[in-house]
Design a protein around this ligand. Structure first.
Ligand SMILES: Cc1ncc(C[n+]2csc(CCOP(=O)(O)OP(=O)(O)O)c2C)c(N)n1
Length: 642
């Protein structure tokens, strides 16, 4: 590693000659492969953007010039070049570098990222701020072809073309999202590429005709006007002519000198926004990438020679995602009104199985969560039963659509929220901790969370058959390994399930916390403390009758949820008891995530940090019972646990 060991900041990179930059890129690529083969990461996405990172930091005077990365999952080379090379091996690890971009992590991370399609809006904001403050620097956003199709990016293009502020957009076009890119915009970008190849061909033909004595000139002129007509019809037309962007491209996104030249040209455009269209290959340099594109967008550790993941002998139960995909196929085979949707996450949600089996009734809408929700609403108006499988964190994007288009109109749309709770290595941008709060405050929708994968199947059927909106949340990772061989059955809406009874404490757990509550109850029983454990099943509607009874029978109620406490399940229980005047004789202790940003790391450790595991619940019950018995030593119902 001759070059990169000497590069501690982009200023060092800018000391090099252009001729050396390709070697720098080669070294960075090898460094990423070596690092990711050990610890995993967004390997393929980052390998595709190595030359782009080198060229951008070479051409722009970062951090004075502002580089804005979209999503940030492809920015490993950027991290290496901006003083984080020696920490790259900590990426996504507890206490280590973020897998995305964070302003707190580096002055070169001009804008925090993790969710897609934000870069153009942020960059435009920076450009306008620069103009208003009469400062002088470049603003350059890098966005992938799929993120460009996201609604926000389109909205930013609309405004950028209107404002005519100076701004550079680098389009990292690899024709891929996590799965192959979908949609008309992706076809449009292909047409640009095809049109330009055609143009080059025409130029060659034109040159050849010119040399034919006598008739060459006129034929060439005819060919040129034909070429111009074609070019006008299919070249970047809409973006360049109609929307006010200049266009430079396309450029080989793995050729650093060419990228440097294109970016230098873009810097000279001073009368409005300009797009540099770079063609890249996702996973460039990844061993054997062609076979399985899902396998290298983001990887676990892998064999650097073969690119294959290391085999684990551990036999694990199927994931919630797998069970969801299989159950959808089962239910869709029985009911042809059911349709399935994903927003660019077919494998992540299990909808890949459905797309294979029911290609006409399953849709990948691209990175377009807002559209996905309202698209479902439209289908529901016509009597279909859409199921939108969207990660809890990404459904935040579609909040108003959920409220205004689905709930207000009381439409039969099911939201299957995967990755609800603490997701682990992807960190704050990806934790799904808010969905209870963002759904709970609006009428019509029912909200539920299963205690295990068998109950998830039942809830899927319950939600689909419910005539109005319904949502279920379930965690990332493996199920509990329970029997899922029986067909899904509907469960009674708003009815909780009492799993054990005891007089000392009632623990009401929601979703993923039910198992932890049951394990805690075992430990408490060993100390002589008798617990009631309730699987809440629903946060909306709550099982009011049961909860009121619990409050009458127990002096201590504990609510446990893998979500933010504010506006969460425990809040719902408190509100109910307050409304019914039942808070006087019982103490309610809410367990969940407090009002703080949850970092990235091992989900088990993070959960344990918030007391959201069996040990934490055990400790919380013990602590509360002992403090109560301390306050009131005549109360013999509680045993003091030290
Ligand atoms: C709002 C939102 N939805 C979904 C995702 C999940 N996601 C992360 S990267 C990615 C694909 C991005 O594709 P593209 O913009 O073309 O960049 P590439 O990975 O191909 O470089 C998706 C769907 C996300 N980060 N944010």
């Amino acid at each position: 590693m001759r070059f990169i060991s000497e590069i501690d900041s982009p200023a060092d990179l800018r000391q090099l000659k252009v001729e050396d930059l390709q070697k720098v890129a080669d070294e960075i690529r090898q460094f990423i492969i070596d690092t990711c083969s050990r610890i995993g990461g967004h390997t393929g996405a980052s390998l595709g953007a190595v030359e782009l990172a080198v060229a951008m930091h070479y051409v722009f005077d970062t951090p004075n010039d502002r580089l804005v990365w979209d999503v940030g999952h492809q920015a490993y080379a950027h991290k290496i070049l901006t003083g984080r090379r020696d920490e790259l091996h900590t990426i996504k690890q507890p206490g280590g570098l973020s897998g995305f971009l964070r302003r707190e992590e580096s002055e070169y991370d001009t804008f925090g990222a993790g969710h897609a399609s934000t870069s153009l809006s942020a960059a435009l904001g920076m450009a306008i701020a620069r103009d208003l403050k009469k400062e002088d620097f470049h603003v350059c956003a890098l966005i992938g072809d799929s993120s460009l199709a996201g609604g926000m990016a389109m909205e930013a293009i609309n405004q950028a073309g209107h404002l005519k502020s100076r701004m550079i957009v680098v389009l990292n076009d690899n024709e891929m999202s996590i799965a192959p890119a979908v949609g008309a915009l992706s076809r449009y970008l292909n047409r640009i590429k095809e049109a330009q190849s055609y143009q080059h061909l025409k130029e060659e033909i034109g040159g050849a005709l010119q040399s034919v004595p006598g008739i060459g000139g006129s034929l060439r002129r005819a060919a040129k006007s034909f070429k111009d007509a074609i070019a006008a019809a299919v070249l970047p037309g809409a973006l360049v002519n109609e929307l006010g962007f200049k266009y430079i491209g396309y450029v080989d996104g793995h050729n650093v000198p060419m990228l440097v030249a294109a970016l230098e040209a873009a810097k000279k455009v001073d009368d409005g926004p300009v797009i540099v269209h770079a063609l890249t290959t996702k996973g460039k340099g990844f061993p054997n990438p062609e076979k399985n594109y899902y396998a290298y967008h983001a990887t676990g550790p892998f064999d650097p020679k073969t690119g294959l993941p290391y085999k684990s002998n551990k036999v694990a139960p199927p994931t919630y995602t797998q069970v969801f995909g299989e159950t959808m196929c089962e239910l869709m085979a029985r009911d042809e009104k059911i349709v399935a949707l994903t927003a660019a996450m077919p494998d992540g949600t299990g909808v890949d199985k459905v797309l294979e089996k029911f290609p006409d009734r399953a849709f990948d809408v691209g990175i377009a969560e807002q559209h996905a929700v309202t698209f479902c609403a439209g289908m529901a108006c016509e009597g279909l039963k859409p199921v939108a499988a969207i990660y809890s964190t990404f459904l935040q994007r579609g909040f108003d659509q959920v409220i205004h288009d689905v709930c207000l109109q009381d439409l039969n749309v099911t939201f299957a929220m995967d990755r609800a709770g603490i997701v682990g290595a992807d960190g704050p941008t990806h934790h799904g901790l808010l969905d209870i709060a963002y759904f709970r405050g609006y009428p019509n929708i029912i909200l539920m969370a299963p205690k295990d994968e068998a109950e998830m199947r039942d809830m899927m059927l319950t939600a689909i058959e419910y005539p109005g909106p319904a949502a279920l949340r379930y965690p990332r990772g493996n199920g509990l390994g329970v029997d899922i061989s029986t067909p899904p059955k509907k469960i009674e809406i708003g009815r909780a399930e009492t799993l054990r009874t005891g007089r000392d404490v009632a623990v009401i757990a929601y979703g993923s916390m039910v198992k932890q509550a049951m394990d805690a109850a075992e430990k408490l029983a060993a100390d002589g403390i008798q617990s009631t454990v309730v699987n809440a099943r629903f946060v909306k509607p709550l099982d009011e009758k049961l909860i009121a009874e619990l409050a009458g029978e127990h002096q201590l109620i504990l609510t446990v949820e893998e979500a933010y406490l504010a506006g969460g399940f425990g809040s719902a229980v408190m509100e109910l008891l307050e409304e019914k005047g039942l808070l006087e004789n019982t103490t309610v202790v809410r367990m969940g995530v407090p009002d703080e940003i949850v970092t990235h790391g091992d989900p088990k450790v993070l959960l344990a940090g918030y007391g959201l595991d069996a040990d934490g619940i055990y400790a919380k019950v013990s602590e509360n019972l002992s403090s109560r018995s301390g306050k009131n030593s005549s109360n013999k119902r509680f045993r003091v646990v030290k």
